[in-house]
Design a protein around this ligand. Sequence first.
Ligand code: SF4
Ligand code: SF4
Length: 77
Amino acid sequence: MAYVITSLCAGTRDGACLQVCPKDCIHDAGAQFVIDPEECIDCGACAVACPVGAVFDEADLPAEHRAAPDLNRAFFR
Ligand code: SF4
Ligand code: SF4
């Protein structure tokens, strides 16, 4: 996985990332949106589109969002 959606999405959940994803790999998980790690091609379009900066390259993930990759993965198990 390269891109992950953090809990910063919760409260906005506007679906802007979904509109620009070329792989349709972003899904509504209820509290927030999540990215399917098997389908994501790491294009970064979702991160640019997000109005609240909720999407990160996993390599640049701030420490306080360390749980985000597992949360994204868990939805697709
Ligand atoms: S990085 Fe690209 S392919 Fe991956 S979720 Fe974001 S928009 Fe979709
Ligand atoms: S664009 Fe950002 S706030 Fe909107 S649904 Fe996607 S991750 Fe959540």
